[in-house]
Design a protein around this ligand. Structure first.
Ligand code: ATP
Length: 590
């Protein structure tokens, strides 16, 4: 497909914020792409990234490199490029304007295909060694010289991984169903009233297709693969997708219960109770003895945790498996477990990793297993999975063990375990159904968590305000939002401006958040800016109150930033129902 064609779809997507309309546009694009040989190219481009999050390869291009490439390819002065950037805050728009200006004097546009653009952008990640920056500038300028203004806009945004019109997971999943099965299901999108028409008799089948595709995606994390299988073998082809060590799966998440009785009601009796540790979740893959570590957002962090790799290599008696673990730091002096923050720092680290590993040694707690000896255990009951964990995990006292678990149907025993876990310094306990399967990517009731305190909330920053006086130049007050029930719209919950630190050593700083938010600014007016919803923060508060001030209908009393949650994505933030539940629990306590 010609790249210009794809950019026309991007343009259409940019002009609507309606999810159904976006789904329709993407399904039309996919119908065209179906005929192409390299359909994965188009699927990845429309997702807005040429590498999946779990790939070790990264494009690694900064604003500065783009500015230099723009100067080289258009011959326009640095001063002018920078001024335009300051005015627009979007290098894609800058590229579009500059290429437009230049094309009035020269006519050397070549035809760009999606394949070529995709290949060239991926090549950026392979450039290494001396002169890398210049090579990157050369490669980008070459692309921009051949590009039309509209193409230049989207090439730059894709390179910077800021496509903005990219298809979110749920939208792409629905679009795949519409693409392949709109005739079979007799579904129709009515643009005039933005409505999806599904006849009653095909509703069930529609949901079945959606579920199948979601499940296939949760296992592969690769829409291109899912799409190709349906194209070649139909929906049935998805049945044979199996887990592959080396391809991370979306982790299973849990619901909450208010007390042990409710926990029993949800997961049944007897059930497994486990410590809920406030550590860092790592999905660990072992392929023929080679270890790969992924965060819960499926980023490959093998390099950041050489100590975990060592512990796993020495402590697990198997060569092929995928396990779910919680890694915790240990205070060398007190021998106590250290909370999440201490370990999560390592994610951002490029240097001194070995030193940090010595300063804060870690311990790995294995709490689930998804594959063993190349057999998928996703459909195996939990008691069998736990049995395998106990068989293969060599307990090395302070470095590795199956997470502490008891099985009981007695309230008093469970209460005692809960108390013990809290006294040990843990966050709470988990209760797990012994017969349940491992369901990737879902917040299911196969397990629940129990924590005593009012939960902190994970919220996304949607607006921010520049501070004054000492905080001038920093974005220092943040409007935070949660999802609505269907995870389609963000709802404002309040403004938070306390809790951040001034020095990096003390925690998350204003400066750090400002740096993260600046490139995400979409609109500015006065002191306030609207930002792309990407930055997740954990927010503490004293109480949740009803309020007309914010679109969620709730507000937080005394909100404070606990920390930046770079390990979480937009999909992981709290939904309005969580706030409703906390509000009800509070009322019950008063
Ligand atoms: P939270 O913010 O409360 O940690 P979450 O949204 O990250 O919750 P949940 O699925 O709600 O995720 O809670 C389970 C989390 O707790 C897991 O992601 C994992 O990191 C951690 N955890 C600690 N101990 C266990 C355990 N025994 N079993 C499962 N998860 C555990």
């Amino acid at each position: 497909m010609d790249y210009i064609k794809l950019t026309e779809y991007y343009q259409q997507l940019e002009q609507t914020s309606k999810r159904l309309e976006k789904t329709h546009i993407i399904s039309q694009l996919l119908k065209e792409a179906k005929k192409e040989e390299n359909v994965e190219v188009i699927i990845n481009l429309v997702r807005g990234s040429v590498f999946p999050a779990w790939d070790e390869l990264k494009i690694g291009v900064s604003d500065k490199i783009i500015i230099k490439a723009l100067i080289t390819s258009t011959g326009i002065s640095k001063d002018k490029v920078e001024k335009l950037f300051a005015k627009n805050g979007d290098l894609g728009i800058v590229a579009q304007e500059l290429v437009k200006e230049k094309k009035q004097t020269t006519f050397d546009t070549k035809k760009l295909t999606c394949n070529l653009v995709y290949r060239k952008i991926r090549e950026l990640a392979d450039l290494e060694g001396e002169g890398t920056v210049n090579k990157k500038i050369g490669l980008i300028s070459e692309l921009l010289t051949s590009a039309s203004p509209q193409e230049a806009k989207f090439i730059v945004r894709t390179i910077l991984e800021q496509l903005r019109v990219g298809a979110a997971e749920g939208t792409l999943r629905d679009a795949i169903v519409w693409c392949f099965f709109s005739d079979k299901l007799k579904i129709k999108y009515n643009k005039d009233n933005n409505e999806l028409i599904i006849p009653e008799e095909t509703k069930k089948e529609y949901d079945y297709f959606l579920d199948k595709i979601k499940h296939a995606y949760d296992i592969t994390n690769d829409f291109a693969e899912v799409f190709k299988i349906i194209k070649e073998e139909g929906i049935k082809g998805l049945d044979k997708i199996s887990l592959k060590a080396g391809k991370p799966i979306n982790v299973m998440l849990f619901q909450k219960a208010k007390d042990i009785n409710e926990a029993f009601e949800i997961v049944g009796k007897p059930c497994g109770f486990e410590y809920k540790i406030d550590g860092f979740r790592l999905q660990i893959h072992c392929i023929n003895g080679k270890i790969i570590l992924y965060t819960r957002r499926l980023e490959n962090v093998t390099k950041q945790f050489p100590d975990v790799v060592e512990i796993i290599k020495n402590g697990i008696k198997a060569d092929n498996y995928i396990i779910d673990t919680e890694v915790i730091g240990i205070d060398l002096k007190t021998k106590k477990w250290l909370p999440f923050q201490n370990i999560s720092q390592r994610i951002k680290r490029k240097y001194d990793i070995e030193k940090l590993a010595k300063e804060i040694p870690v311990m790995v707690n294995v709490f689930d297993i998804m594959s063993y000896n190349n057999e998928s255990l996703l459909d195996a009951p939990f008691h069998r999975r736990r049995h395998i964990i106990e068989k293969i995990v060599k307990v090395t006292s302070d470095k590795l063990m199956p997470i502490k678990q008891i099985v009981t149907d007695k309230l008093e025993v469970a209460e005692k375990f809960y108390k013990e876990s809290l006294e040990f310094g843990n966050e709470g306990i988990m209760a797990k159904n012994l017969e349940s399967i491992y369901k990737p990517g879902s917040r299911v009731g196969y397990g629940i968590k129990l924590k005593p305190i009012l939960e902190t909330l994970d919220l996304v920053i949607t607006k921010a305000e520049f501070g004054e006086g000492k905080r001038a130049g920093w974005l220092s007050s943040y409007t935070v939002s949660c999802w609505d029930k269907k995870k389609e719209n963000l709802l404002e919950v309040g403004k938070v401006s306390t809790g951040l630190k001034e020095k990096e050593t003390e925690g998350t700083t204003f400066e750090e958040l400002t740096k993260l938010l600046n490139p995400l600014i979409e609109k500015s007016g006065g002191k306030e800016v609207i930002v792309k919803p990407k930055i997740i923060i954990e927010v503490g508060y004293e109480e949740i109150q009803k309020s007309f001030e914010y679109s969620s209908g709730y507000a937080l009393r005394f909100p404070r930033v606990i920390m930046l949650r770079s390990d979480k994505g937009l999909h992981d933030i709290n939904i309005i129902t969580d706030l409703e539940k906390i509000y009800e629990v509070q009322r019950g306590r008063k």
